[in-house]
Design a protein around this ligand. Structure first.
Ligand code: NAI
Ligand code: MG
Length: 262
């Protein structure tokens, strides 16, 4: 039905290609009657953060990429040097200002995300904006000119007052919130004799050490827990798609192996 709207279709962006060589596009439906579409498709619109709990592993990165790319186009309609309109190429991978000749490419802000361990426990934090009970690995944007290693040392010192001793790369991920970030995930260790946490209350609501038992239990919760009124919120961690979950799972596996060997 929406495919008849040529302008809408022209505004779609290319986001990938299936193994069967089918091109994949993302389309902004714009101002639509949500209930009508829900009825037509037999589905419901879900907030993207919540959708990450429901999507299958191969779908989540595609949805994240489509949403991030469409949002980038919406906010880069004008050249920042001339104020003139910019024009997209056909696939939607760039925009050009004909007046200045500048080509704009979608950008991701580099961010480190770090799971700090003291050998027996791991350190997780929560921002005031996180849902109740959710704790994650500590994260922070790289400053201009910084290396990943420098950002990790600075962020951990700033947010919890700890000195990182060693660092090990784990993996990376594109994260669509708040604007596109390129998350570089690492495991870090601190001196087990210097583990007193001093939380930066501007950045974080709380940060504390968690045991393997606590973390194992949280990893088993596949949905945000229901919190009965008046009771302290149940501890849980980000969904499996988030790289924070991968860091926490890797740490738990390493700890379990260590226990088996000892
Ligand atoms: N995928 C995952 O598993 C996780 C992803 N994250 C993401 O990591 C990102 C960074 O974590 P935070 O602790 O919030 O960073 P942060 O510790 O650097 O603090 C955020 C503050 O940094 C400043 N800032 C500096 N450069 C910025 C930029 N390019 N964009 C936005 N703000 C900038 C802002 O004042 C902002 O309030 C967040 O966007 C968050 O969504 C965080 C935890 C888990
Ligand atoms: Mg942070």
């Amino acid at each position: 039905k929406l495919g008849k709207d040529k302008q809408l279709v022209d505004e779609s962006v290319l986001i990938g290609c299936t193994e069967e060589n089918e091109a994949q596009f993302s389309l902004d439906l714009g101002e639509i009657e949500q209930s009508e579409v829900e009825q037509l498709c037999g589905g419901v619109f879900v907030d993207l953060r919540k959708a990450f709990f429901l999507l299958r592993a191969h779908e989540a990165p595609l949805v994240a990429k489509g949403q991030a790319l469409l949002r980038w186009h919406q906010s880069h309609k004008f050249c920042s040097a001339t104020g003139q309109p910019t024009f997209r190429n056909q696939s939607g991978s760039q925009r050009v200002c004909h007046s200045s000749g500048f080509t704009y490419y979608p950008m991701m802000a580099p961010v480190v995300i770090v799971l700090v361990s003291d050998g027996n426990r791991c350190l997780l934090g929560r921002q005031a904006t996180f849902p109740p009970g959710m704790y994650s690995a500590l994260a922070g944007f790289c400053d201009m000119g910084e290396t990943v290693e420098e950002t990790v040392h600075r962020e951990i010192a700033e947010e919890v007052g700890l000195e990182v001793q060693s660092l090990q790369y784990s993996g990376s991920q594109h994260w669509p919130f708040p604007q596109s970030s390129f998350m570089v995930a690492c495991h870090a260790t601190v001196n087990p004799d210097k583990t007193e946490v001093s939380v930066d209350k501007v950045e974080l609501d709380d940060a504390r050490w968690f045991t393997l038992e606590e973390v194992t239990e949280a990893l088993q919760r596949k949905k945000p827990p229901r919190n009965p009124k008046g009771e302290p919120p149940t501890f849980w961690v980000p969904p499996s798609y988030a790289i924070a979950n991968r860091l926490i799972s890797e740490w738990a596996q390493q700890q379990q192996l260590k226990l088996k060997r000892s």
